[in-house]
Write a protein that binds this ligand. Sequence first.
Ligand SMILES: Cc1ncc(COP(=O)(O)O)c(C=O)c1O
Length: 395
Amino acid sequence: MKFAPRIDRVQPSMTMAVIEKAATLRAQGIDVVDFGAGEPDYGTPENIRDAAKRALDAGYTRYTKNTGIDPLREAICVKLKRDNGLEYSPDQIIVSNGAKHVLFNTMMATLGEGDEIIIFSPYWVTFPEMAKLTGANPVIIRTTEANCFEPSLDEVRKHITENTRAILMNSPSNPSGMVYSEETIAGLADICIKNELYLISDECYESITYGAEAISPARYEDESKFVVTVQSMSKSYAMTGWRVGYAAGNKALIGNMAKIQSQSASHANSIAQHAAVEGLNGDQSFLKSMVAEYEKRRDYVLGRLNDMPGITSGKPEGAFYAFPNVSSYYGSSYDGKKITDSGSITDFILEEANVAVVPGGGFGNDENIRISYATSMEELERGLDRIESALQKLN
Ligand SMILES: Cc1ncc(COP(=O)(O)O)c(C=O)c1O
């Protein structure tokens, strides 16, 4: 059977591979501690669930406007002003099926065959693959732990060619949890404005920060032209399964994204859109307490990791991931199993410690592994105890 050439260009997700391996062990009755999750361990708050029930009973079960229902686009504008200091009008907003879908629409509207998009590693696994689906070439710029995984603006300037169309940034970052400094964000905005490039800002974790402020690059644009602000209900409101994300940007670009969406998914789920209105307009105390709990977990995880010999980890200031460097174990072995890279150490941790973590290789950074702390303190303690004892076996 023949498939479209684009299929061969795209890699399956490494995160999924870990989930599958962990599921196989579980099916054998093995108790696996899961540090692989990319979603809150919280349920959606009651007020949001109640709003969905009301929407269902009120009969909001028909097609909606392609770009999203008016109350939601209005609520998004109020939220962007309140939480991010950004001025947008509802006609500059499009609602889609999660930020992933928003990013896909953005790339479909801005990138063509042979175009280049600059992406910083470590990156969220989907970024380069999604770019490839549009026919564009991802240009990866490595960032370093020494620089808190922030891109060097000089490096960015050096990588701009006549084919560059966009730069993609993600702060707070999945997988590193790092939050970019004001200087870097303003610098990236300046580069994009001067070179007439889109700056696609994935702000999925903007509300989950610990002391640091997640600044939107759109703050540095007087009139919305090049910056596309992408946010999501998924992580902030524990609504991953509802599939609601949105973009704010230049009207012409949003119009073109709407055109693509109208010929593919049409719009986000009607009930989920009504629930999202309540999420954005309603009581925000859930978010505060969730973030406070994540911060405690982050401190615990970092303390434990940095106490383990051979592991170093910078201090993530956002999201719910730690991204420790484990490369000092490369070259060691146990029971005939040699550790050579992030994939083999992840396999070792899964098989010997029965803890699922994600290899950094999938995020373009092979020295590290990703540990999600979107799980209970008890699970964190259990899993970290197991990792610590397993690593002691390596020599
Ligand atoms: C950096 C990043 N962007 C986008 C997404 C997609 O989120 P959504 O559920 O809104 O599609 C994720 C989900 O893990 C993510 O980590």
